[in-house]
Write a protein that binds this ligand. Structure first.
Ligand code: V47
Ligand code: SF4
Length: 369
């Protein structure tokens, strides 16, 4: 690897590459230089080295399923193809019984996690959300509940007149185990106002994750990319996540979410090419040196790109078993009925030269495949 660096002629890139291989943290300016000037092949080599330092030759996956209680939402994000106003013929609101029926479909199936998230309903309260968690846990006490994005949490906790810590404590008592990364979008205040003006801002998103971490609830972080954001805004988003992670260590994984354009009001922006997806995965792995895992969510990028991402620093694949999320199928993802068998996923990971490891929510090994 060192020999390779000796062959880099660009002095700045040579120094940055040396720093990464020595395990030194890179600055936002260095990340920008890397983004602008490094060829994709160099990013692949450097991010693969950074990945190796975190997880060796392992690539993780877990067996999970999604429940989306409703697509009714008080907000109106410009990129969202999914939300509907209350009473709209295309809206849905699952009853507690329907939610429990979804969980029962997995009787006897060795899933370890359920991911619950959806629209921000105007007339639900924190105890309604808590009771969903408790109902799921009653049927499957063995599975971990990862539920409610910071945007949903902000709305329900503010409505209850509680502090984030108080609200999260209540949900934890109902059985909440961890928090998904949704709602981060892009932290830049000016751009955020343009694409999702009303919902929780960056400070709120970060404060909720910090409160969760301090209560022992781990979480994930995301970034919606490939729309109107600049490379500087992407890197600044990562910087804010890295700083919070320095304080708490509570993030498990970072999940870059590629903007998909169908059926939403940002269609005219188009979608970025796969090379941009790989550049973004690689930079995330390199810059977020304190994040244990970088995850590709294949229902969003497609199976082929998810497979390729393993060469650009990704060490975790999500979207197993029966991915019932509709947020991406409605936004134009290739796979309209996302689902993948464990055998297929394991074969994908092996074909990229890595060792498949089935994990639980806390990245404990369930089985080495
Ligand atoms: O916050 C919405 C994104 C997110 C579009 O934590 C879109 O393990 C692209 O956060 N194009 C929700 N993206 C999904 C999410 C997630 C997914 C998988 C795993 C985890 C985890 C979290 O979906 C939203 C938003 O950023 N989104 N619309 C769209 N048109
Ligand atoms: Fe609502 Fe989430 Fe869609 Fe925004 S992205 S409109 S918060 S469902």
């Amino acid at each position: 690897m060192k020999e390779l660096i000796l062959r880099i002629t660009h002095p700045e890139l040579k120094e940055i590459a040396g720093a990464i291989l020595d395990g030194r943290r890179i600055t936002p300016d260095e990340a920008l230089t890397l983004y602008r000037k490094a060829e994709l092949s160099l990013l692949a080599l450097l991010s693969a080295e950074a990945k190796k330092a975190h997880s060796g030759d392992q690539v993780f996956f877990n067996r999970n399923f999604h429940i989306e209680p409703t697509n009714v939402c008080v907000y109106n994000c410009r990129f969202c193809s999914y939300h509907k106003p209350e009473g709209d013929p295309e809206s849905w609101e699952l009853t507690e019984k329907e939610i429990v029926d979804i969980v029962r479909r997995f009787d006897g199936v060795p899933v370890t996690e359920v991911h619950i998230t959806g629209g921000v309903h105007p007339s639900r309260d924190i105890h309604y959300y808590g009771k969903i968690i408790a109902a799921v846990k009653k049927v499957r006490p063995d599975i971990s509940v990862k539920a409610y994005s910071a945007v949903e949490l902000d709305y329900m906790i503010r409505k209850a007149g509680m502090s984030f810590t108080e609200g999260l404590k209540i949900l934890k008592d109902y059985g909440l185990d961890s928090i998904p990364g949704g709602g981060a979008e892009i932290f830049d205040a000016v751009l955020r106002k343009k694409i999702c003006r009303e919902k929780a801002d960056a400070e709120t998103y970060l404060a909720i994750h910090e409160a969760a971490h301090n209560l022992g609830l781990p979480s994930n972080a995301t970034m919606l990319y490939g729309h109107a954001e600049t490379p500087e805004q992407r890197i600044d988003h990562l910087r804010q996540l890295r700083e919070l992670q320095d304080r708490t260590g509570g993030f498990n994984a970072f999940i870059p979410l590629k903007f998909r354009r169908e059926n939403n009001r940002m269609y005219e922006l188009g979608e970025v090419p796969v090379t941009e997806d790989m550049r973004n995965y690689a930079l995330s792995r390199i810059f977020l040196d304190n994040f244990p895992h970088i995850k590709a969510y294949w229902p969003a990028v497609g199976k082929n790109s998810a497979l390729m991402s393993l060469a650009f620093g990704v060490d975790d694949l999500d979207g197993t078993i029966d991915d019932t999320t509709r947020i991406y199928s409605m936004a134009g993802a290739e796979d309209q009925n996302p689902g993948i068998s464990t055998t297929e996923l394991v074969a994908m990971i092996r074909s990229a030269g890595y060792k498949p490891v089935e994990r639980d929510t806390h990245y404990r090994t369930v089985r080495e495949w």
